[in-house]
Design a protein around this ligand. Sequence first.
Ligand code: GDG
Length: 733
Amino acid sequence: MRLVIVSNRLPVTIARNGDEFSFEESVGGLATGLSSYLKSLKSGTGEYSDYLWVGWPGINVKGKKRQEIASRLEHDFSCHPVFLSGETIDKFYHGFCNKTLWPLFHYFPLLTSYDENLWINYIQVNEIFCETLEKILKPGDALWIHDYHLMLLPGMIRKKFHDLPVGFFLHIPFPSFELFRILPGEWRRGILEGLLGSNLVGFHTYDYTQHFLRCVLRILGIENNLGEVIFKGRLVKADTFPMGVNFQKFNESSRRKDVQREMEIFKRAFKDKKTILSVDRLDYTKGIGSRLNGYEEFLNIYPSWRGRVILVLAVVPSRDKIEHYQSMKRQIDERVGEINGRFGSPDWTPVIYSYRYLPEPQLMALYNICDVAMITPLRDGMNLVAKEFVSSKSDLKGVLILSEMAGAANEAGEAVIINPNNVKEIADAIKEALEMPEEEQIRRNQIMQTRLKRYDVFHWAGEFMHSIGSAIEEQKSLEIRLLGEEQKQKMIGDFKIARRRLIFSDYDGTLVAFAEHPLLAKPDERLLNLLKQLTSDPKNDFVLISGRGRDILQKWFGDYRISLVAEHGVWIKKSRGEWKNPKCLSKEWMAKIRPILDVYADRVPGSFVEEKEFSLVWHFRRADPEIASLKAKELMDELVNFTANIDVQVLPGNKVIEVRNAGVNKGDAVRSFVGEGEYDFILALGDDLTDEDMFRSLPTSAYSIRVGLNRSLARFNIQDHTNALDLLEELVR
Ligand code: GDG
C-alpha cells in the first residue's frame, strides 16, 4: 500500500541558478521527522511499503520547466508538486493561512484579518490540491493530510473517494470555542465539515482535541462518544498524538564529526561562559520579546551573573513578507541592542544574536554545548526545539526552561515551567536553571529522555497510521449491516410476490427529518404521494407508529387508509376505525413530574415541555447543545431516582427525554397488528431507542431497518430518512 502525504510545502528546497535548478531536502520539524519515517517504510515489512509526498514546491515555473522539476522530484525524492502562481500563494499562504488562521488559532484575535477574498482563495487552493490528488490517487492508497493550510481538503476528497482512508493532523493549537466562534459562520462550519471528511483527526494535546470536539458540538450540533463523531453517516475519530522527534539522531549527534567541528568553534567563541540557547522561527507566537525582557530582568536583579552568561539568540527568518513580522524583527534588533548596550562590556556580549537559518550541524552543536534552553512561546502547538534539546543531551546535563503555553509542556513536567507573561518568573527560572545541581539535571533529563525515546517521531507516525486503520475498522463494523443492493433486491422481490404486506414505520427521523419544533416537521408532498401509492394497493397495510400525540397524527394522516399508533402505543387507530386506548393507564404521576421538567425548561433556554395525553416530553433540540447535553444527563439522573417507586419509564430519545407509563411500548402495538392478518411480507422502519421494542417484537421472517448508523436489533441499517423514502418508493414502483 502507498501512503500519500499532503502538506502545504514539499520537504525539498529548490533553488534556481539561471536555467539550472538545485534540489535539497529541507530539514527541521515535520520535514525531517516524517521523512525519516517514510524512508523507513520502504525498507520495512509494514502495511505501507511506498510513499509519495504532495505539496507546493516553493517555486513557480511554467511549461517544460514544470515537467523537468516534477520528474526530478518524483524520481529523486518521491514528491509530487502542486504548482501555484505567485499571486495565489501570496493570498493563500501569506493571506488566509497566516493572517487569519495562524493568529486566531494562536489566540491573537486582534491580529486576525477577516477578508472574504482570502477565504475564497483558501477554498480555491484546497480545490487545486484536491484536483491534483484526484489525478494521482490509486486504489489501495491512504492519505495523510497535514496542517492548517489544508483543513478543507479532507471534506473535498471525501466527496470523490468514499472509501479512501484519510487522516488529518493539525500541527498548531486548535483554539477554544470562544476563539473559534469568532470566525464568520460559513468559514467555521466549512472548516469543521472539511476536517470531518477524514477518518481520523489528530492533535498534539488532549486540550486541542477537546476544543475541536466542543466546536463540533456547539457549531454543528454533533455529539461525540469518547472522541467519535458520526458525520454524514460516517464515523470520524478525533484523538491526541503528541508529535515526537528523531530521538536517536539527536542523542547520537555529538558523535558526528561535522557537529564536533561546530562545537569546537562555538566553545572558543563562548569561552568559559554559561550559555542559554534560544532558537525559533521569527514569529510573534514564540515570545522572543518576553524572553529578552526576562533575560534583561535576570541580569538586572542577579548582578553576580553579569559577565558569566551568554544568551545565544538564534532567530530563523520566516514570513518576512507580512508587515507584522517585519516590525517584530525591528523590535528584536532594538531590544538586543539595548540589552547589550546596557550590560555589555568590551570582553562580554550578553546576547549573541543571529538572524539566519542555521545549518543542521550548527544547530546540533548548540543543542549539545548550551547549558540551558529557554523556550518561552506565548502559544505553540507543540515545540520540537524543546524536545530536540533534551534528546541531544547524551550526558544528561542541561536544563530546559519551557513555557506552559507550549504543547510540549504537557509531557515535560521535569522542565522548569514558566508563564511567558511573567518577566520576574522568567528571570528566576534562568537563575534556577543556571544553578541547578548536576544530579538534579541528570535526574530530570533521564525521565524526559525515557519518554522522548519511547514516543519518538516513528512511534508518533506509526501510531497515527494505526489509528486510521482502527477508525476504519470501526466504521466497517457499522457499515457491515448497511442494507446492500443484493439484500434490497431480495426484499423488493419478496414484496412483489407477497399476497399480504404489512409495513410499520416510525415518523420523526424515519420518514421526515427532525425540525427545530415538532410542529414544523410536517409531512411533505413526497411523503404524502408515497402514502397514496402505498394505500392504493389493497395488498398493503401501513401502520404509522409514532411517539406523537393522537391529535396531530389525526390531523396530518386521518384521511389516509392507514393505521395510526400514537404515544408509542397508548392510542391505536386501525385504518378507518376509531381511536382506542387498549390499556388502562394512569395519569396521576404527570402532575408530579411536570414541575421537574418545567424547571429544566426554564433553566435551559430554547428547551420546552410537551404534554401528551399519557406522557411528558422535554425537548431540547433548539437549546445550546452543550448546556442541553449536560442538563439532559442531570435530568435523566433526577428522573430515574424520582420515579423509582412510580410505574413509569424514562426514555432518552433524539434531543428529547420522555416520561411515560411503564408497560407501554411499540412492541405491544406491533404484536396486535401482526396477529391480525396472514401477512407474508412484514417490514418495520424506525430510527430511535423506542423503535427497538418494535424490532424485538417482529417475527423472525420480517425485514427490520434502523435508520441511522446506530447499533440495533434491526436486521439492517440505512443512512437517513431520504434512504427510507427511496426504499419505500422502490417497493411500490
Ligand atoms: C509547527 C508548530 C509544532 C528551527 N530553526 C532551525 C531549524 N529548526 C527546526 C527545529 C525544529 C523545527 O525547525 C521547528 O519546530 P517547532 O516545533 O519548534 O516550530 P514550528 O516551525 O512553528 O512548527 C509547532 C510543529 O509544527 C510540529 O508539529 O511543534 O508548535 O508551530 O525541528 O530543529 N533547523 C535548522 N536550522 C535552524 O535554524 N537546521
